[in-house]
Each structure stands twice: as structure tokens, then as C-alpha cells.
Design a protein around this ligand. Structure first.
Ligand SMILES: C[S@@+](CC[C@H](N)C(=O)[O-])C[C@H]1O[C@@H](n2cnc3c(N)ncnc32)[C@H](O)[C@@H]1O
Length: 352
């Protein structure tokens, strides 16, 4: 399958995400911070053209999956789908490996998070996909994972995001055994319950240990609700999120047609999520030419950038050392350019 080129400059998180979150909120128990992370992961998959489907195992009423589908819809994507897998009949009883908290949850039928043992009638969930205008971007697979995953995994194909929100040990283990190999290089596996239920974290560690894979588990969400994520590939989720947010910074501050000198473009390496054309600070014949040998050379490059009509210069977080290594160039930027933005990701200047 060929994945469509994305027009990257059509997503402003502050503007576009809140209305989507408000629409899907009634259909998910996942707290806000984890939904924001999921939205960003979905956007990173589109921006960096990480191929594959988006899959949620354990959807309940479908809200987290709807979030991903709404973001696909917003981006005009038609060649990816969100797969929703659930029994839609509720959850099986926890086992000893799931821990005492899981047993207590199952025993307390009046508890605020019991929700009729997590029953979510499939007809209602399907109806919601119609109401939200995402029928074409979603496919429901009702049934127990040990039957539905072997029967459908080939149809699902390569996976960019695998969100496992199935609570108990046996279910999480089954999802990993059936779908891990289909997650593409650069793709994400999110474990919603890693910090919540003992059985989930046990299943994750057992699986990764048995495979002998060295993925790093990263914590996402907030103190209220923390999930774990692994990314297949060399760079972490945290790095990818920084890049994505850097793109958002550029979108807000730099007109889309303006090229942008980015220090250090070679380290950032990925496509700029804003769609701006990034230029290296020193280029010779269109090629990245390394960092300036000394402060005077850095000043010369700054003057040349001005003469070439370049207006915007950004120093991204991996190159914040630039300001210390080249104090004269740093002073030139601070005194003779307009600082548009300074945060933990970027120092952005407009040359005057
Ligand atoms: C906590 S809920 C999911 C919450 C949901 N992701 C959301 O956005 O609110 C867990 C779901 O996993 C499903 N589930 C757990 N184990 C399963 C299995 N082995 N087969 C099918 N569904 C399962 C349950 O039916 C339940 O709906």
C-alpha cells in the first residue's frame, strides 16, 4: 500500500485537537494527558510517513480509536484504517497474575469504573462511527482476541500504532504474541495498563524478555494516568514528540513559504513536521558542511545567510551548545536579530 503524502501544515494542535477531544470524550475512559499523547503519536505517524494501520486492542466504547480516526479524517487520509478489537461483551475475570487490585476491581460491581464489567454493545459502537463520520476509516472486529487475532492479523497487515488497552495478563500477552511482529520499524506499541495492573506489566516484561529485544519502555501521560510506550527503531518517542512540537513552533512563527536555517539540521535528520524547507547553517553545493570551525567563521556564515535573503534561523535543542561554543555569533543573534521564540526545544530568530 502506498501511503499518501501529507500536507503537514494543516494541523495546529491548539486549534484542532480540542474540538476532536470534545467529540470523542463521551466514548473513552482514558484521561486527557494520555489522549493528547495518542493524538501526537498519530500525527507523528503521518508526518514522518511511518507506514501501517492503527490498531486498538481493548476499545470499550471506542473513544481512543475514534480519536485516531478523527485525526486521519482531519488530515484527509484515506489509505489507512483504525481497527477496533474488543469482545464488546465485557471482560473476562482477572487471574492471580493480574494482582489483588484487579481482583478487587472485578469484585466491586458498584465501583465507579466497573461499567457493567466493561460491556459496550457492538451495535452502539458501530453507530457512533456513523455519527462521527468515520465509518470508512474504522473497522470493528468483535470477539475474544485468542480467536479474532489469528483470524484477522493478515488482513490488518503492517501496523504503525498498536494500542493495547486490554487490562489483564492473558489478553496483553495474546496481543503481543499475535501482533508484535506486524508493528513496523518506527512504529509504536502503547500499553495503557502498564502502570495500572500487575498482569499487564508482567506480560510486557515476559514477552520482551523471551524475545530478547532491547526496546526502551518510556512513560507517557501524567501523574493521574501513566501509560508505557515502546518505539521500534532507534529514536525514542520523546525525541519524536520534540520534533513534532518543534514543527508546531515553526508553524506558529514562520510563514510556510519561508526557508529556515536550522542548526543542527543534520542531527534533527527527520522531515520537518511543519513542512518548511530546512537549510543547513553551512552548506556547500547544497550539502550540509558541518559546524563552523570557529566563532569568526560562524559570523561570516550569519552574514552570508542575510545576503542570501534568508530571514529565519533556528537553533534546535540538540544544538543548544552552539550559543556557548560561538559566543560572538550568539551575541550577533541576540543583539541584531529578533528572537521570536525561546523554549525547551528551540531558539528561533528573525534576521533583520
Ligand atoms: C479498559 S477497557 C478499554 C478502554 C478504551 N480503550 C477506552 O478508550 O476507554 C478494556 C477493554 O478490553 C476488552 N478486552 C480485554 N480482554 C479482551 C480479550 N481477551 N478479548 C476481547 N476483548 C478484551 C474488554 O472487553 C474492554 O472493553
Amino acid at each position: 500500500m502506498v501511503f499518501m503524502e501529507l500536507s503537514t501544515s494543516d494541523w495546529f494542535e491548539d486549534r484542532d485537537l480540542p474540538p476532536i477531544l470534545a467529540t470523542i470524550r463521551p466514548f473513552t475512559m482514558v484521561p486527557h494527558a494520555s489522549l493528547v499523547d495518542l493524538a501526537r503519536q498519530t500525527r507523528v505517524v503521518l508526518e514522518q510517513k511511518i507506514p501501517g494501520a492503527l490498531v486498538e486492542c481493548g476499545t470499550w466504547r471506542g473513544g481512543s480509536s475514534f480519536l485516531m480516526a478523527k485525526i486521519l479524517k482531519h488530515a484527509g487520509v484515506r489509505d489507512r484504517k483504525v481497527w477496533l478489537l474488543d469482545s464488546f461483551e465485557g471482560i473476562q475475570p482477572p487471574e492471580d497474575v493480574d494482582g489483588p487490585a484487579a481482583k478487587a476491581w472485578a469484585a466491586n460491581k458498584d465501583g465507579p469504573m466497573y461499567f457493567d464489567n466493561l460491556r459496550a454493545p457492538v451495535d452502539q459502537v458501530q453507530q457512533t462511527t456513523r455519527d462521527l463520520g468515520i465509518v470508512d476509516l474504522t473497522e470493528l472486529i468483535p470477539g475474544w482476541f485468542d480467536k479474532t487475532l489469528p483470524a484477522n492479523r493478515e488482513r490488518i497487515g503492517p501496523i504503525a500504532i498498536l494500542r493495547i488497552d486490554a487490562d489483564w495478563y492473558a489478553s496483553v500477552k495474546c496481543c503481543l504474541e499475535q501482533l508484535y511482529d506486524q508493528v513496523v520499524e518506527g512504529g509504536f506499541i502503547i500499553f495503557d495498563d502498564y502502570y495500572t495492573w500487575d498482569g499487564c506489566s508482567t506480560a510486557v516484561h515476559e514477552f520482551l524478555g523471551a524475545r530478547g529485544v532491547s526496546h526502551r519502555l518510556e512513560s507517557i501521560g501524567d501523574a493521574n494516568h501513566t501509560c508505557a510506550v515502546i518505539r521500534k527503531g532507534k529514536t525514542t518517542w520523546r525525541w519524536m514528540q520534540q520534533l513534532h512540537l518543534l514543527g508546531q513552533d515553526f508553524l506558529r512563527c514562520v510563514p510556510s513559504r519561508e526557508p529556515l536555517v536550522l542548526i543542527d539540521l543534520d542531527t534533527v535528520r527527520f522531515q520537518l513536521a511543519s513542512g518548511h524547507r530546512g537549510l543547513p547553517f553551512i552548506e556547500r553545493d547544497g550539502q550540509y558542511w558541518g559546524s563552523p570551525p570557529d566563532d569568526d567563521a560562524a559570523i561570516v556564515e550569519l552574514h552570508q545567510a542575510r545576503q542570501r535573503g534568508l530571514k529565519y534561523i533556528a537553533i534546535a535543542w540538540p544544538a543548544f551548545w552552539f550559543m556557548e561554543k560561538y559566543p560572538k555569533a550568539a551575541a550577533e543573534l541576540q543583539n541584531r536579530a529578533n528572537c521570536l521564540l525561546r523554549n525547551e526545544r528551540v531558539m528561533l530568530f528573525k534576521l533583520s
